[in-house]
Design a protein around this ligand. Structure first.
Ligand SMILES: Cc1cc2nc3c(=O)[nH]c(=O)nc-3n(C[C@H](O)[C@H](O)[C@H](O)COP(=O)(O)O)c2cc1C
Length: 420
């Protein structure tokens, strides 16, 4: 019986352990987590979601405060078109986050950044251009284009000196999305270096409708793999979503895939950015505690724990400080939902908004507990402590479990690991 370590991912002249830790915004896939993946010979992702906010927390900058100060006059106004990101600040935050992480990189693996198109930031093209280019300038090993079709993203960096050297990949959930991307970018004569195929069991936003349960990752992988073969296109394929054990991963690697992208198991790693009490919520979850709903103002369904404080909360929109979801016209569907509830409940101090959430505020504060479908199995990956809580794991333990375990077996941490 084979294990993941019997396979290697060949990417841009690198020979890698075929394990990719997926991007998890907002700073859930921390630099520390990504650095561990790289040290162990795989690929780790940092995320550029809300990067000025992350920079303030990590590097003691003041981007959020300064932005709020500038636009304070607009807080009570539901028209947010005035609220613009300072592109210089955005560049500086991206540079800080990427360069600081890359400086600390050890080992043979790589560090990529997950870049979400749906973070439209009231100027979709301009802000995305800055995020992509600054990540390249700051020495990132690769960029994974996420949460969107990214039809114009390559052209935003086509004249960058690193455009043809850096690893560039895209996340798709269907053959159609991949075909569209390839067609739109044909003139650039630069294929993506890898394609992450994300199925319906993943965490975060889903590339499916609310009928997500009808889809199957294996079927999508086979369809894409067969089409690429017919087209004689050799692009490494990286399935994601529900790969919970080394055995699951081997199934995909034996089926012609080049690596797997995983995330949920690392949400309970010491190096993960989630607060410790939230990590216990992930451990405690049962299958019925996990839902896919439509409360994200991005318009994509999102999977999360049912007891996430963000669900039903009615906080005043915080776009003057954050505003990452504002579209090109300064709109966000949470603002409309919030205003509707305020109008329906005059005099009520704090309304409840059930159909949408203030994604920026709640992701920033770790109050929206997005997770993969198999989160309810996390409790089976560790030991319980005398106080009844679950022991967090090291990223190394989880990574090695994927790398060396066989069949569906998941290794529990040893007594020595528990003490470390
Ligand atoms: C907590 C959490 C946050 C996530 N955030 C993002 C994100 O910001 N961008 C993204 O492209 N994918 C995101 N994902 C998806 C993962 O990168 C990954 O592709 C997927 O969850 C893999 O499936 P698994 O969680 O079943 O292992 C997130 C997943 C989790 C669990």
């Amino acid at each position: 019986m084979k294990c993941v370590d019997d396979f290697r991912l060949h990417l841009g002249g690198h020979e890698l352990v075929p394990i990719v830790i997926g991007g998890m915004g907002v700073d859930i896939s921390t630099a520390e987590l990504a650095l561990e993946a790289a040290r162990l010979g795989g690929i780790g992702h940092i995320s550029d979601a809300m990067v000025p906010t992350v920079s303030d927390r990590r590097y003691k900058t003041r981007f959020v405060k300064d932005k709020l100060k500038l636009y304070k006059y607009n807080v009570a106004n539901s028209d947010k078109s005035d609220v613009r990101f300072d592109l210089g600040h955005l560049a500086e935050a991206t540079r800080l986050h990427v360069a600081t992480t890359m400086d600390k990189k050890r080992g043979d693996g790589l560090i990529f950044i997950n870049c979400m198109e749906k973070l439209t930031m009231n100027a979709p093209k301009e802000t995305l251009r800055v995020r992509l280019r600054e990540a390249l300038d700051a020495g990132i090993d690769g960029i994974t284009l996420a949460a969107g079709l990214h039809l114009g993203s390559f052209s935003l960096i086509e004249d960058h000196p690193r455009f043809r050297q850096v690893q560039l990949g895209i996340i798709v959930s269907s053959l159609r999305a991949l075909q569209l991307f390839l067609r739109k970018n044909a003139r650039l004569e630069r294929l993506p270096d890898y394609v992450v195929i994300e199925g319906p069991l993943a965490g975060g936003h889903l590339g499916f409708g609310m009928d997500w349960a009808k889809y199957d990752l294996n079927a999508i992988v086979n369809e894409i793999r067969d089409w690429l073969k017919v087209e004689q296109l050799n692009i490494p394929l990286i399935p994601a979503g529900g790969v919970f054990s080394g055995g699951d991963a081997v199934g995909f690697l034996e089926n012609g895939c080049d690596a797997v992208q995983v995330a949920t198991r690392f949400t309970v790693a010491n190096e993960c950015g989630l607060p410790k009490d939230v990590q216990q919520e992930y451990f405690k979850a049962e299958e019925q505690d996990i839902e896919v709903n439509g409360i994200s103002p991005t318009g994509y369904p999102m999977r999360m724990l049912r007891n996430s404080p963000a669900i039903g909360d009615g906080i005043r929109p915080n776009c003057e400080a954050f505003g990452y979801i504002l579209d090109a016209n300064g709109r966000c569907s949470y603002i409309d939902a919030y205003n509707r509830e305020v109008a329906l409940h005059p005099g009520v101090k704090k309304v409840s908004v059930k159909d949408k959430t203030c994604l920026c505020t709640h992701m920033r504060n770790f109050e929206l507990w997005t997770c993969g479908h198999y989160t309810y199995r996390l409790k089976d990956t560790t030991n319980r402590l005398p106080d009844g809580s679950y022991a967090l794991l090291s990223a190394e333990h989880i990574f090695h479990d994927y790398q060396y375990s066989k069949g569906g077996i998941i290794a529990l941490p040893t007594a020595t690991e528990m003490q470390a």
